[in-house]
Structure formats: structure tokens, C-alpha cells
Design a protein around this ligand. Sequence first.
Ligand SMILES: *Cc1c(COP(=O)(O)O)cnc(C)c1O
Length: 396
Amino acid sequence: MSGSALYETFARAQLAFDHGEGAWLVTASGERYLDFAAGIAVNSLGHSHPHLVAALTEQAGKLWHVSNLYEIPGQRRLGERLVTNSFADKVFFTNSGAEALECAIKTARRYHHVNGRPERHRIVTIEGAFHGRTLATIAAGGQKKYLEGFGPVVEGFDQVPFGDENALKAAITDETAAILVEPVQGEGGIRTVPTELLKTMRRLCDDNGLLLILDEVQCGVGRTGKLFAYEWAGIEPDIMAIAKGIGGGFPLGACLATDEAATGMTAGVHGTTFGGNPLAMAVGNAVLDVVLEPGFLDEVQRKSLLMKQGLAAIVDEFPDVIEAVRGTGLILGLKCKLPNTAVNLAFREQNLLTVPGGDNVVRLLPPLTATDDDIRQAIDRIRSAAAVLADAKADA
Ligand SMILES: *Cc1c(COP(=O)(O)O)cnc(C)c1O
């Protein structure tokens, strides 16, 4: 046995935490880290949020799991609330983002199958996308580093370059079922699809009888300052996957669809053992209680401005370290001049946790509940780290 009993699939930091409070993580020895990674956009309400702790512990004392053989009142309620607050008419609950995407892909293929067009099975996806690590979702994402050695690649995904409208049009054939896109690419490096292009995608789907599938696993549930990122573009998808933020740290995902798009998803065609279990539903409902409170999303937008102003000043001061700020709401990215892994490490040395992304970006994904003081402290730490890196570069 080499190292530990665990698969060596994660290059973990030599750092373990004992507990968390809001935007802070604390080690067993009491060292405090400001958590602007938030479990990769998962801890949407920070750590140990009292309302979430109460919801989970209350449910844990009553009932954990019954399976989808029976009615689950919390599931019905969370489904209805998601429907009321989105484009959707129907919801399927999962345990993860990748499973929500699998359901979205199956929903799209099934739609054309029951409408007498079974040849329509292909899905157009965008380069740099990330949709998960199952066999179908690595094929959908199309990133070589995730596909290598796992062949044969699942058939039916056609990738086009980010932001390339002509390539998108050219990729649509008689076999196309859907377009799948993240309104804001997360792992791809916080790349926002321009509003005009999202509108074009919607129109292309309408004109060609295709379904528009959005992956809001990372950018959804308040992260952009609206409940869902698509609201900024004034369009609506036919199918959407969410996960990460909706569980606030409890494993929970969902596939949302219109009645029309979900026509093929009839009794017995899809299923899950754990998806939608009472614990996850209690937490999901508690997350919505907070995110849907009047004013909560306005606060996310205000805090976003505060962060962007602070970050822009750092870009001005240290252009040889960080060249630009990207993103919206509290899904922000620093486009780095130095390797993003080095910048990420320099932040960690200031006890600030962030996440590297594609396109040489460091992602800033604070809890949506981060306070103004948390944000000021993050900005101070980013400036200190940038100064250290700029000095080291000058010495080199
Ligand atoms: C994280 C992520 C996924 C996959 O979610 P898992 O819960 O890891 O399966 C899919 N799409 C996007 C945009 C993500 O950020």
C-alpha cells in the first residue's frame, strides 16, 4: 500500500479542518482560514449556518431514508418551491451534479424518442465545459485530461469553441437533440456566456426543435445574484441541472424541466435510491428559506460590487501578478499572469482558501453569506499575497 488507503485521485493540500463558522474554517490546533472556496461553491450559506443545522438535526431525529417507493413530503415541497421560482414544471432529485446532468441528458434524448425522432440523440456542448466525472458527463465536457484512458468515449456529444456562434450553427444536424451549456463556466475559468449568445442558443433551439439544457450546478442558486443565472439573459431553458449550492454542503442535486421536455420521463424509465431522501430535502428546503428571503439576492449583488472594486484596485497595483477580474455575483475569477497554482498557494499562505480553474484563473467562490468584513479581509490577504509574488518576481 502506498501513502494512504485512499485512491490517489486527489492532490490534496496537507490541511485538515475541525469545524467551521460562517466563512471561516478552523483546524484542530485553532488556526483560522478564510474560506473563499466554499467547498467549490457548495457551502452557499457558509459553515454551521444555524438554520441548516437545525433543519438537518431535526430531520435526523425523525426519519433518514424511506426510498422513492413512498411519498416524501419534503421532496414534494422542495419540488414545488423550485418550480414556483423557476421556468420548470417538473423536478427530479439526485445526490450530485453529475447525476443531475445524466438525468438532463436522458430527458433530452427521451423527449425526441417519444416524439418519433429517435435519431435526435446528439448534444452540442462547449469547449472548456465541465459537467461531471461519469462516463457520459466526461464525454459531454470533452476535456482530454478527463477522458484519457476511459475509452470508448460515450457517443453523442459534439463540441464547439466557447463563444463561436458560427461553429454552434454548423454543429447542428438532423441528429441533434439539444444544446448543453453553463451560463457561467465554473471550472473552465469563470467564463460568462454573453447574453446575446445565450439568446441565440435559445433561438437556434426553437428554430430547430432542439432542447436548451443549462448546467447551473456551479452558477445557480443565488451565486450570480439572481436565483438562477439564466435570469440575467432574459431567456428560459427547457431543462436545467443544479446541485452544489442547493444542498449547502449536504449532497443534493436536481434536474428541472418543463412539462413538454419531461414528456418522455414516465414511470419506470429513470430512478435513484438515495436521490431526494428526507435529510437532503430538509436541508434543501432550509437553503431556499434563506436564499428566497426578500433582499438576500440584492445583498449578493452588493457584496459582488464590493469584491470587484477591491480586486480591480489589486489588478491596477500588481498587473504582473493578476491581469483581470471576471465573473458576476459571487462567482468571480482572477485571470493570473503567474501560474494560477502558484497564486492559489500564495493565497493559502495568507490563510485564504480559493480554487484554481481553467484558463489560468483562480476562482473566488465565497459563501453567499460572507460579511463585508470577511470580504475586506479577503481583499487584504489577496493584496498581501500579490505583493509577495510581485517581490519574488522582481528578485528573479
Ligand atoms: C461540479 C460541477 C458538476 C459536477 O457535480 P458533481 O456533484 O461533482 O458530480 C457539473 N457541472 C458543473 C458546472 C459543476 O461545477
